[in-house]
Write a protein that binds this ligand. Structure first.
Ligand code: KG4
Ligand code: ZN
Length: 327
């Protein structure tokens, strides 16, 4: 079995995965959303302190599995430096105490493998990752052959939902709150500009900072009862931007199988629009189970099983955190 730890942002999670079958034997996550909600976003130092409390509590529950562990895996990149350290330090301690190898996992690869929890992998695959930290399209051929073909130049898709929710005084995380508010709003009420059109239309990249600022102006002018229309129009344009750029990408490369992963892949409007787009290209859509869209340790454990088979271990000295991703 492999014990895996996730602490890259505001979720403390530990999983136990059986190596031979990829079966998830244990998974527990303690989310810090409530504690960060009052600040309208994640406060890194507070998150680190909460991980230091939560991770040892979850680890205690894993004690019955200790004798069967063959490796310990941990998210080491990308993420918040002060929170990554919490998980990595714990993983190193377990590695020394039990005399088992360490596996450093890239969180973004973890999101890709959230598609394959308790399932065999299915490659090649084109993946759209939409989370709080990232918006990128990746061509995935295998564990070690992952090519990023488009990414955001500024804010991420999920982050823009968080910021719009903060402007409206709704709390954190913004994605589910904006989705809920948008349900009763008019999507065409506010004609926000779709990012990176016109002279930038050939650019295969994403940008959400301009849209965020346009929404800020609308929020400042509108009474509270009209926020639902702003939320609906924002959700529509934020999604249209993804659809436009995916169409651009599909002109050159049309994938047979396409997946959406990451916390924001839970967004129902985004799911429905991408589903419709893929239908017109005859491509298959893969999605993670809703409970594995947002950050979790099960996805880290699933990658770790593959890395274990490939003997991709890192020594105690070499394993270090890296806040920025190399993907
Ligand atoms: O993958 P994740 O849990 O953490 C990161 O790796 O960043 O993603 C969290 C992000 C947050 O920005 C949150 O607002 C967004 O995912 N999110 C959503 C929805 N549910 C979560 N965004 C839009 N619509 C949703 N339903
Ligand atoms: Zn994530």
């Amino acid at each position: 079995m492999i014990l895996s730890i996730e602490s890259s942002c505001d979720d403390s999670a530990i999983a136990i995965t059986e190596i031979s079958s990829c079966r998830l034997l244990f998974h527990k996550k303690i989310s810090q959303e409530l504690q960060h909600s009052v600040y309208g976003g994640v406060v890194p130092e507070l998150a680190a302190r909460l991980h230091a409390e939560a991770l040892p509590k979850i680890l205690e529950e894993c004690a019955p599995y200790f004798k069967d562990l063959k490796a310990v895996a941990v998210t080491s990149t990308p993420g918040l430096a002060v929170t990554l350290v919490e998980g990595v330090t714990m993983a190193k301690a377990i590695s020394v105490a039990l005399g088992i190898p360490l596996i450093g996992v890239n969180h973004l690869v973890g999101h890709i493998y959230s598609l394959f929890i308790e399932k065999p992998t299915q490659f090649p695959l084109t993946v759209l990752l939409v989370s709080g930290g990232h918006t990128q399209v990746m061509e995935v051929k295998s564990l070690t052959n992952i090519q990023t073909v488009a990414k955001s130049m500024d804010d991420s898709f999920g982050e823009s939902f968080d910021k719009v929710a903060k402007m409206m005084g709704l709390g954190y995380p913004g994605g589910p709150l904006i989705q809920e508010l948008a349900k009763n709003g008019e999507r065409k009420k506010h004609n926000f500009t779709i990012p990176l059109q016109g002279k930038h239309s050939s650019l295969l990249a994403f940008s959400y900072s301009g849209l965020k600022n346009a929404v800020r102006l609308a929020v400042e002018k509108a009474p509270k009862q009209e926020h639902k229309d702003i939320a609906a129009s924002f959700e529509h344009i934020a999604t249209e931007h993804l659809i436009h750029k995916l169409k651009k990408y599909f002109q050159k490369t049309t994938p047979k199988t396409f997946a959406i992963v990451g916390g924001a892949s839970a967004n129902l409007y985004l799911r429905s629009q991408i589903e419709a787009l893929l239908k017109s290209y005859g491509a298959e859509l893969l999605l993670s189970e809703l409970k594995y869209c947002s950050d979790n340790a099960a996805m880290i454990g699933r990658v770790a099983v593959e890395m274990y088979h490939e003997e991709m271990f890192t020594s105690l000295k070499e394993l270090d955190i890296s806040p920025k991703s190399s993907l």
